[in-house]
Design a binder for this molecule. Structure first.
Ligand code: PNS
Length: 162
């Protein structure tokens, strides 16, 4: 495998995908020709959407945009990366509060696989307060998340029983 891979993997829970995530993918596409959005098949007991639904919503959101692929993975991220012959791990960094957690997982991933390289991008400032957790909470309490999530996600949320 060439060490210069044009594929960046953007891993996360994406439950749900919000406009901050979309902004990160758009920015990444100005650097990397291919971005794989990789949904962790975690065991969260109260997810809004199943991993398969999240992948579908990501596909719908980026439909027509070339260079974006959505898939899911389980187990260690670095194993998925090796499988995909990709070594760039893309993550968003919204504020200093994200730093400690991101630094910890970056160092752990590098320990697990020395070729793993993290690239951090900052979203537009209008999205710095967005997180999937906050979106879930606002939605569960009856709030309107229009303008905070992509349209396919907003439509899916409107169909979901609260
Ligand atoms: O959106 P999130 O929940 O902050 O994403 C976290 C994610 C998916 C990037 C991280 O939990 C992950 O990579 N999990 C896979 C398991 C793994 O590889 N763990 C070791 C590094 S912490």
């Amino acid at each position: 495998m060439s060490k210069k891979t044009p594929v960046a993997v953007y891993p996360g829970s994406f439950d749900p995908l919000h406009l901050g995530h979309v902004d990160i993918v758009r920015r990444a596409l100005t650097i990397f020709p291919n971005v794989v959005v990789a949904v962790l098949e975690n065991t969260d007991k109260l997810p809004l959407f199943s991993p398969a639904q999240r992948v579908e919503l990501i596909r719908d959101t980026f439909a027509g945009m070339s260079g974006v692929e959505a898939t899911s993975f389980s187990g260690l991220l670095v194993d998925f990366m090796r499988q995909r012959q990709a070594r760039i791990i893309l993550r968003g960094m919204r504020a200093v509060s994200d730093f400690e957690y991101e630094f910890q997982i970056a160092l752990m991933n590098r320990r697990l696989w020395v070729e793993a390289e993290h690239v951090f991008l900052t979203p537009n400032e209008e999205y710095t307060y967005l997180s999937s957790r906050v979106i879930r909470e606002v939605w569960r309490l009856g709030g309107d998340v229009t303008g905070l999530v992509p349209e396919p996600v907003n439509r899916a949320l409107k169909r979901l029983p609260r």
